[in-house]
Write a protein that binds this ligand. Sequence first.
Ligand code: NAI
Ligand code: MG
Length: 348
Amino acid sequence: STPLIAILAGDGIGPEVTAEARRVLDALGLDLTFEEALVGGAAYRASGHPLPAATLDLARRADAILFGAVGDPACDTLERALRPEQAILGLRKELRTFANLRPARIFEGLEDASTLKPEVARAIDLVIVRELNGDVYFGEKGRRTNAAGLREGHDLMRYDEDEVRRIARVGFETAAKRRGKLCSVDKANVLETSQLWRDVVIEVAADYPTVELTHMYVDNAAMQLVRNPGAFDTIVTGNLFGDILSDQASMCVGSIGMLPSASMDAGGKGLYEPIHGSAPDIAGQGKANPCAAILSAAMMLRHSLGQAAAADRVEAAVAAALRAGVRTPDLGGDASTRAMGDAVLAAL
Ligand code: NAI
Ligand code: MG
């Protein structure tokens, strides 16, 4: 049957960039059904909740979700459970999307927008596979007054072997489809969790003889990511380390407006979103770069819809539009969101 795509555009620049991604998907002429729903601040204003039951129901029914961004300064004074950002956290939790794929590569001609030296930036073509449902974010948390009478807080870092095994497999599968190099990032010199992580990753490696596995401590990985990012192919890491390293990697490729992501569940369903937020500072001005959203749609085609050739076409069209010099202000140009989308469509 025709795949159902949930379009959750959200707040701020979310609807602006998602509209361009939708135009690109439409232009491919594939057999897809789209259904839209409110999420984030937009949903809160309409229904009193950032993730209404109807939106969650659509997300559950859909074969894939194209997400924009949530976040609205007008909602900043709301209690935490009603904040727009709770919608994306709720979706990840409800959909059990445990594998976050964040590719970072530099498009031809964008070296000058990177914070790195052009010759270093030019070599970046990596994917960070980040575990999304475990680690210190989901371990037991608490506050207390300790024996010395001091206020104390704690967050338990924990993983069980099944959680490590399933993300390790995603790491190996990803590497096997790329340049065959997997770097597992941990802190096994100090953390018990990381020693288990390393043991399990090594066990899983036996099933992937063609992938070359290396291990790196996270502090060194942070350093190598800016020193010589071209040396990385696929990185697999836990939730906390992956959060930090992937934001770091994003700046190496020119603009946060260029980076897509996928959050996958065990069955191949995914939530696809640009890594940026709702950018209230530029919302409604037609200045947002839609490339991250368009590239997220390409990831959706590849990872959830079995349309690898269409995904390749979209990525090539983005590259061609950029090569032709069309750039939004974050990349140093003056093209509008719509003009950037037009250029991608023209290249298609
Ligand atoms: P942000 O990513 O929205 O913006 C950071 C900076 O990058 C801003 O100067 C913005 O103008 C710029 N920027 C972001 N995307 C861009 C694009 N496509 N084109 C050109 N420039 C772009 O992060 P910020 O400002 O920390 O957060 C704004 C709101 O978004 C907050 O409410 C935050 O909680 C939310 N947020 C939501 C996320 C999500 O929905 N997954 C992720 C990150 C933040
Ligand atoms: Mg982050």
